[in-house]
Design a protein around this ligand. Structure first.
Ligand SMILES: Cc1cc2nc3c(=O)[nH]c(=O)nc-3n(C[C@H](O)[C@H](O)[C@H](O)COP(=O)(O)O)c2cc1C
Length: 180
């Protein structure tokens, strides 16, 4: 059993990736994991200002919602980032969060496995490649962790479309059930 933290980064009402993150989390729970799903909706996460004070203190100088998320990430075994594809990349809010997790770089983090679930309007296999590459850059800096697997759910444009996308719902559940 792992402590799984699923971080949904879409800010859209009726978000497709949120719907799939919920299915994924249900699969993880059914597999026996202790799984928590959090969303960046309504959270204040400012840009990293690059002061690097966190490398001495393991704390960020900024007072917003990022430190609380960083604390959850610190204690998770498995991380699942969930993002809509924006201009063939991860969402800006996901990238901003990754930067704000910099206090963990010099901390005794537990996570060893990192996964990505992405959604997009287009349905070609290349669409999530740059988002994966970006996340890989972050994971590469956390040497005890690896980017274990990813799931891309394409062909989703309008809000709530995922609710009736049976194949994607099933795939997200199975992906969650197979998490390590
Ligand atoms: C700013 C922006 C950029 C987008 N860029 C892409 C893109 O490059 N490729 C694509 O297939 N879809 C793109 N989309 C569509 C979203 O990825 C798609 O609607 C997805 O289902 C949104 O997920 P969400 O509902 O979880 O936010 C973009 C949407 C927005 C708002």
């Amino acid at each position: 059993m792992s402590n799984v933290l699923v971080i949904a980064t879409s800010l859209r009402t009726g978000s497709n990736s949120d719907v799939l993150a919920e299915r994924l989390t249900a699969g993880a729970k059914d597999a026996g994991h202790n799984a928590e799903l959090i969303s960046l909706k309504g959270k204040e996460i400012r840009f990293c200002i690059g002061c690097l004070a966190c490398q001495k203190t393991q704390r960020c100088v900024q007072k917003d919602d990022a430190p609380e998320i960083a604390d959850k990430v610190l204690h998770a075994d498995t991380l699942v980032f969930v993002t809509p594809i924006y201009y063939y990349e991860m969402s800006g809010q996901m990238k901003t969060l990754l930067d704000r997790l910099n206090p963990l770089y010099s901390a005794d983090y537990r996570f060893r496995r990192v996964y990505l679930l992405s959604t997009a309007a287009e349905d070609e296999a290349f669409v999530p490649e740059k988002a994966l590459s970006g996340l890989m850059g972050w994971v590469d800096c956390f040497e005890k962790a690896e980017l274990t697997d990813s799931l891309f759910c394409g062909g989703l444009t309008d809000a709530r479309e995922a609710l009736t996308a049976a194949a994607h719902l099933d795939a997200a559940y199975a992906f969650g059930k197979a998490l390590l």
